[in-house]
Design a protein around this ligand. Structure first.
Ligand SMILES: [Zn+2]
Length: 65
């Protein structure tokens, strides 16, 4: 499993205006890639979690753990 800060670093390189921080990381895992999810901080997005590796958002109900 990739360390969250590495996912964050990669995401921030690809997205210049990204505001995600390490403190936004959760203990939940992405159903697709199994990496740790981040709390969605973009208020215009109606999903609580985001996988910065897949660049996809998820609802709580979509997660196993
Ligand atoms: Zn993922």
């Amino acid at each position: 499993m990739t360390r969250p800060y590495l996912i964050l670093k990669r995401y921030n390189i690809n997205n210049n205006d990204s505001n995600y921080k390490l403190e936004n990381v959760t203990s939940k895992h992405c159903p697709k890639c199994n990496e740790l999810l981040f709390n969605e901080i973009n208020k215009s997005i109606d999903y609580p979690y985001v996988c910065l590796l897949c660049d996809e958002n998820f609802y709580n109900i979509e997660l196993d753990c």
